[in-house]
Ligand binder design. Structure first.
Ligand SMILES: CCCCCCCCCC(=O)SCCNC(=O)CCNC(=O)[C@H](O)C(C)(C)COP(=O)(O)OP(=O)(O)OC[C@H]1O[C@@H](n2cnc3c(N)ncnc32)[C@H](O)[C@@H]1OP(=O)(O)O
Length: 199
């Protein structure tokens, strides 16, 4: 395959022909509603991670999310600049938050990231993500991160494929101590139950 053919070839991030548009769950949080952390120890959104991103996501219209993340000193790669892996984490977390609107438990299978501009420490990254298509357990989504405001220049963007899983994915694979602690936390159980009742 030459490079031009490769550009045209469908990738794992291209929805198949039988994919359908995403459906916002009737009990999804209202547009503008702050979602809160899905897990206090999540590196992306949890308050219990001192050097985490503390990303704050809000429900948008349809199956979309907006989020903000302020790049801290602990997030540097090069002097004074955000580490690319941290920016990819911000995109991953924002894309993962779309689960709230589908009321589906899904994990990242594939994440492709374009780093368009360097992002200095202290910058507020304004993120926006949406689900573009669903095919069985496969959820296709895109995200963009801008600096200087929600309409500012694009600094990062991503395409992702999330795969729907059962809650057993976490119970079977997570470290027992953390699983036990999460199962003993009524708030955590409530959050999981809300997703489990997805028809
Ligand atoms: C409200 C909550 C907010 C949550 C925010 C969280 C944000 C952070 C999100 C994350 O970072 S999650 C953590 C990172 N991800 C992982 O740890 C996932 C690790 N991978 C796995 O556990 C498994 O590989 C996975 C569950 C994704 C898939 O395994 P399965 O055995 O369930 O599925 P299978 O391999 O049968 O694949 C199902 C379909 O997906 C496709 N697929 C799976 N992985 C893929 C991949 N990586 N790339 C492309 N396609 C993939 C696969 O080809 C197949 O397509 P078809 O149905 O068309 O045959």
């Amino acid at each position: 395959m030459n490079s031009r053919e490769a550009e045209r070839a469908p990738s794992a991030l291209t929805p198949p022909p039988d994919a359908i548009p995403p459906v916002r769950h009737p009990e999804a949080p209202a547009p503008g509603e702050l979602l809160g952390a899905h897990y206090d120890h999540c590196f992306g959104c949890g308050g219990g991670q001192p050097h985490g991103l503390h990303l704050q996501a809000r429900a948008g219209d349809g199956v979309s999310i907006t989020a903000e993340f302020t790049v801290q000193s602990a997030h540097q790669g090069a002097p004074g600049l955000a580490h690319g892996g941290v920016l990819a984490t911000a995109l991953d977390e924002t894309l993962g938050s779309l689960n709230w609107l589908l009321r589906t438990i899904a994990v990242t299978g594939r994440l492709e990231t374009d780093f368009v501009r360097p992002v200095p420490v202290g910058t507020v990254l304004h993120l926006q993500a949406e689900v573009t298509a669903v095919a069985g357990r496969k959820i296709y989504s895109t995200a963009v991160g801008r600096t200087g405001g929600p309409d500012g220049p694009v600094a990062v963007r991503a395409q992702a494929l999330f795969i729907e899983v059962m809650v057993d994915h976490f119970i079977d694979n997570g470290r027992p101590d953390e699983i036990k602690a999460a199962m003993a936390d009524p708030d955590q159980i409530r959050r999981v139950r809300a997703f489990e009742v997805n028809p």
